[in-house]
Design a protein around this ligand. Sequence first.
Ligand code: NAP
Length: 243
Amino acid sequence: MFRLGKAFIRKLGLDYVDLYLIHWPVRMKPGSSIFFTKGDLLPFDIRETWEAMEECSRLGLAKSIGVSNFSSKKLSQLLAHATIPPAVNQVELNAAWRQRKLRDFCNENGIKVSACSPLGANGAFWGSFAVMKSPILKDIAMAKEKSIAQIALRWIYQVGGIPIVKSFNKERMKENLEIFDWELSNEELDQIEQIPELKGESGEAFVTPEGPSYKSIEELWDGEISKIKLPPLGIHHCDKYES
Ligand SMILES: NC(=O)c1ccc[n+]([C@@H]2O[C@H](COP(=O)([O-])OP(=O)(O)OC[C@H]3O[C@@H](n4cnc5c(N)ncnc54)[C@H](OP(=O)(O)O)[C@@H]3O)[C@@H](O)[C@H]2O)c1
């Protein structure tokens, strides 16, 4: 992990990165790529991986270190032996996947929550239209003369998350930044709580029922998403599975 981090930073032509994250609580055989197969998966060792991240931090290769797609339980396990606590947990967080328990846990432990897929990743294979086609967000947007995207991003900001929205469109990039000089009322925040919850990315690719990695989606997320209707294994177009 440490050697990989060092090689990666050098490959970018940098001396250090501002923030270095463990993308998933997952370990793979050396040499595995983004086109990994389930045969490449190995059991994840939180302690060993985090020690390597801490080494990157101590050597100045990363100003801050953090994690991504970690449940509260995995964060607790990490915090139990960390000498440098994670600065950030980057997780799917949006108006239709509100992560109340995880947000509270991170807040209590000084971990910033970075919100990936803040608009529900509409158009991506891991995404859905649960945010961008939400009638509740549409009504609030019309009443406030804002766009649905702005309402969704402002909600994340107001609940303490850091939205990392992606757009290739210059106008939409500008629109997405215009969320700081107005706010959602308590009534509007309450309305957003009524949006049916839907998780887009299940992490099914990291599950192998026969091991040695996680044996189920519940195990990957430590049961923290078990009440949510997930798409059937192998199917990611979640707009068909709104709860
Ligand atoms: N840590 C992780 O495991 C993880 C997982 C998923 C994503 N991420 C990261 O999170 C970031 C964003 O997440 P994401 O790409 O999944 O989803 P997202 O930001 O929720 O959605 C991106 C989609 O929204 C559209 N969009 C952006 N602004 C808009 C606006 N104002 N109005 C209407 N549509 C708008 C984009 O289209 P246009 O480009 O056409 O505007 C694009 O199709 C990325 O940097 C990604 O790398 C991390």
